[in-house]
Design a protein around this ligand. Sequence first.
Ligand code: GUN
Ligand code: FE
Length: 424
Amino acid sequence: MNSFILHGDICWPADGRLKAMENAYAICVDGISRGVFPVIPEQYAGLPTEEAAGQLIIPGMVDLHVHAPQYSFNGLGMDLELLDWLKAYAFPEEARYRDIGYAEKAYGLFVRDLQASATTRACIFATVHRDATELLMRMLDATGLSTFVGKINMDRDAPEDLREANAYISAFDTFGWLNDINGKLQYTRPILTPRFLPSCSDTLLNELREVLHAYDLPVQSHLSENPGEVELVKRLFPQAAFYGDGYDAYDMFGSAGKTIMAHCIYSVPEEVECLRKNGVFVAHCPASNMNLCSGIAPVRRYLNRGIRVGLGTDVAGGESLSVFRAIANAIQVSKLYWRLADQNCAPLTFDEAFEMATVRGGEFFGKVGSLEEGYEFDAVVIRDESLNSATRRTLHERLERAVYRDATGLITAKYCQGRKVWSV
Ligand code: GUN
Ligand code: FE
């Protein structure tokens, strides 16, 4: 059912602010929003109604950065820094996905919980393993969520049982993966995923450039996340003018297609300018940045510069799959940044952080993240009455409380491109 009316208390971003309308009607025709109205416009009167009277309705959340295989250990190792945590937790766990039986079990849990979350769109890292990555993509496709999934490329600086044997095998496997899935999936698309510069040799990056152009792929990776990592990149890529230049030299920094770079905490001015010029999406992942002692990204400065910024959970660097948590965390760390680092960087407002979780990140997927006319119809319905206090709250206040108190467990229905992808 891709054409219907959704009735409830609706809150959505539009023109740089949040609009709110109680007892309203969101119209979906063929998966596209026709807008939100106080009464049903006559031309839509014949459409069926999905009743959510008294419930909160918002656009679906966009998670620009999440590692599916790491969900199986989220919440562990949160007393380590990035590079030690990768060695002690992430790499050993990811090596397990060589076993397709293990992958099926572990990815099953990830997909189940993603489906029940507020997320309708996600950009996902898998592992280096082709079979397990294809399995994850099939599982995700069956949910109806709209996702990008990447088979990771890494040919160095990782344990032997995880690292790919060499650059040519890594590229060959990537072609094989792309050929295997070509034309088979409806809602799950591939994205080129060199893990981060330390795990990619120059030869590998050169090979991946061929893959990128042959398949016209988007790209996702990590950038300037942690002081230890940034130092490592300087040693491994002495010819790069800055971290991102190492990707840019191989067309993987927005010049050839849509690109997401996670973190961008230690981006030098030339790198920031390159992010802006090339329209790279920054995936701001505040929970992960706290957990792995990485730091705080200067998001206010990025927004002022006109850089695209969305939010990522970065599970399992981030401990929660909930983008609601990421919104609250983004505001919280922006306050610390303002207080402790730079008084010119005003803290993020709730509306700004909500925009990052919806329209700003959603732009990576097209016209996504709002219920304004013309947007793809992604919506989440939340029965928030149990959060209500004795005081009557405005719709905007109800939304703030639902986000800060992580109302994931109160979601009653979810739609992606007009498809009902989850309901209780
Ligand atoms: N950099 C390279 N790999 C990873 C990862 O798995 N998580 C995070 N947070 N950073 C990375
Ligand atoms: Fe990450």
